[in-house]
Design a protein around this ligand. Structure first.
Ligand SMILES: C[S@@+](CC[C@H](N)C(=O)[O-])C[C@H]1O[C@@H](n2cnc3c(N)ncnc32)[C@H](O)[C@@H]1O
Length: 269
């Protein structure tokens, strides 16, 4: 993800050209091949979710990936445990890509799935993964800043609705504003039920990125800011910074931060 816009230009989420976000260009830049950093993230997320559900008799039925874009691996990571997974996305062309994938999962995602299959819950559904994806995943077009509400004044209640959730490269990659970054994290965490396991990934030190010939905003965050943004909402939280040279294949950032844990009881947060 390359840097181009002046650093001090403030671009809010509502200012960015989401209608022109091109999923083919984004896929070609980021997910055509499985990178070492994604394999490492997949392993950590796989083990976190597998550990969480190993001693849980009650399985979640609702999962959500917020700002899914053209990345299916967070949804694949939730597949063994969900009866329904919502892919929540703002950009219309990304919504189109995700809908196509529900009808037939592209074999490009097989390499990502293979990493997950090193854990039994995924290996157990290996043969039926395409059918299961088709039956489980639904796509919803919308604005994440409207998630996590209590449902006052006739609006739908989305606070605490989902029992498992992911948000990858979204909170810091949709605006230059740190206020909107924290707000996006808050909306994600508030959409989760008490005790829900989650995983969220963040670009560290990003100054924005290009998709095809369009520039998109980002805000520069580090591991401490990521942890701080989540702390109030998480009962348990681990962060891992992936900053080796082999993790820097996408230009324009200084590393990747993965955070995973469980939503707290959420009575006050
Ligand atoms: C950098 S991309 C990340 C895509 C994908 N999650 C990934 O892991 O590669 C940011 C995504 O957030 C989506 N997005 C931007 N603003 C949003 C909003 N207000 N509500 C929901 N999604 C939004 C964009 O359309 C885009 O798909």
């Amino acid at each position: 993800m390359t840097s181009r816009a002046p650093v001090d230009t403030c671009v809010l989420n509502s200012d960015a050209p989401w209608d022109e976000f091109d999923p083919s260009a984004y896929l070609a830049q980021n997910y055509r091949d499985l990178l070492d950093v994604d394999a490492e993230i997949l392993s950590l997320m796989r083990d976190h979710f597998s550990r969480h559900f190993a001693d849980q008799a009650e399985r979640p039925i609702l999962g959500i990936d917020i700002g899914a874009g053209a990345n299916l691996y967070p949804a694949l990571a939730m597949l063994p445990w969900c009866e329904e997974i919502t892919l929540f996305e703002r950009a219309p062309k990304n919504v189109g890509y995700l809908q196509e994938q529900c009808d037939g999962l592209d074999p490009d995602w097989d390499a990502f799935w293979k990493v997950l299959c090193e854990s039994k819950p995924y290996a157990d559904i290996d043969g039926e993964r395409t059918e299961r994806f088709h039956q489980t995943v639904r796509v919803e077009e919308g604005n994440l800043f409207e998630l996590g509400r209590r449902g006052l004044f006739g609006g739908p209640a989305t606070r605490g609705k989902w029992q498992m959730g992911t948000m990858f490269f979204v909170a810091e990659s949709i605006s230059t504003s740190h206020k909107e970054f924290r707000q996006a994290v808050r909306c994600f965490m508030r959409s989760l039920a008490p005790g829900a396991p989650f995983a969220a990934a963040f670009m560290e030190g990003s100054r924005g990125y290009d998709v095809g010939n369009r520039h998109f905003p980002a805000c520069d965050v580090d591991e401490a800011q990521v942890k701080q943004s989540l702390r109030k909402f998480a009962g348990e939280i681990e962060t891992k910074r992936l900053g080796e040279v082999s993790h820097m294949v996408r230009p324009g950032h200084t590393g990747i931060i993965l955070a995973y844990g469980k939503r707290n009881q959420g009575r006050r947060s």
